[in-house]
Design a protein around this ligand. Structure first.
Ligand SMILES: Nc1nc2c(ncn2[C@@H]2O[C@H](COP(=O)(O)OP(=O)(O)O)[C@@H](O)[C@H]2O)c(=O)[nH]1
Ligand SMILES: [Mg+2]
Length: 157
C-alpha cells in the first residue's frame, strides 16, 4: 500500500512550505515551490491549485495520496480564496489552520467565519509557524488523528 501523507493547501504566502518543513522536522532554507512537493510526512500543494477552479480536480486527485488535509488561511491577508463549501469535496478529514496568528489579530474573527463558509468543521488551529504559537497543539492533534485514520506521520522526540 502506498504511504499516505498530510496534504497542505492554502493561498500564496500563507506559510504552507514553512508548515510542511515543521511537520517534516526540516530546518534548511525555505524554498519557493511551483510544483507539488512530496515530503517525508507531507504533500505541499502549489497555491495555483486553489487560485484556479479548473485545477480543483487535480487537488481531489492528489488527496488520494493523503490521509488528512490541512486547509490554511493567512490571518494577515484574508481575501476569500476558496469557494463556498470547498472542504466538503474531499473524502479525507480537513483540518482548518489559521496561520500568522502573530499578525493582524483583528482578522481572527474574519478567518473563523471564512473557515465555516468553506465548510471546515471545528476545531480550528490558530498558529504561527514562525513564533511557534499553537504548533504543539496541532502536532498532537495530528498524531492522535493518525491513529484513527491510519495515516503516516513520523516525528522524533
Ligand atoms: N509573521 C509570520 N510570517 C510567517 C508565518 N509563517 C510563514 N511566514 C512567512 O511567510 C512567508 C511565506 O511563507 P511560505 O512558507 O513560503 O508560504 P507558502 O507560499 O504558502 O509556501 C515567508 O517569509 C515565511 O517566513 C507566521 O506564522 N508568521
Ligand atoms: Mg510554498
Amino acid at each position: 500500500m502506498r504511504k499516505k501523507r498530510i496534504m497542505v493547501i492554502g493561498p500564496r504566502g500563507c506559510g504552507k512550505t514553512s508548515l510542511v518543513n515543521f511537520l517534516n522536522e526540516y530546518d534548511g532554507p525555505l524554498r519557493r515551490t511551483q510544483d507539488t512537493i512530496y515530503g517525508k510526512n507531507t504533500i505541499d500543494v502549489p497555491s495555483a491549485y486553489i487560485e484556479n477552479a479548473w485545477m480543483y480536480k487535480h487537488m481531489i486527485a492528489l488527496s488520494q495520496d493523503a490521509w488528512c488535509m490541512l486547509l490554511m488561511l493567512d490571518q494577515s491577508r484574508c481575501a476569500e480564496v476558496y469557494s463556498h463549501g470547498f472542504a466538503k469535496a474531499f473524502q479525507v478529514p480537513v483540518i482548518g489552520v489559521i496561520n500568522k496568528s502573530d499578525l493582524s489579530p483583528e482578522n481572527e474573527e474574519i478567518c473563523i467565519r471564512q473557515m465555516k463558509t468553506i465548510g471546515v468543521d471545528e476545531p480550528y488551529f490558530m498558529v504561527s509557524v514562525t513564533d511557534g504559537t499553537g504548533m504543539n497543539e496541532l502536532k498532537s492533534y495530528l498524531l492522535e488523528l493518525k491513529e484513527r485514520y491510519g495515516g503516516y506521520y513520523e516525528v522524533h522526540n
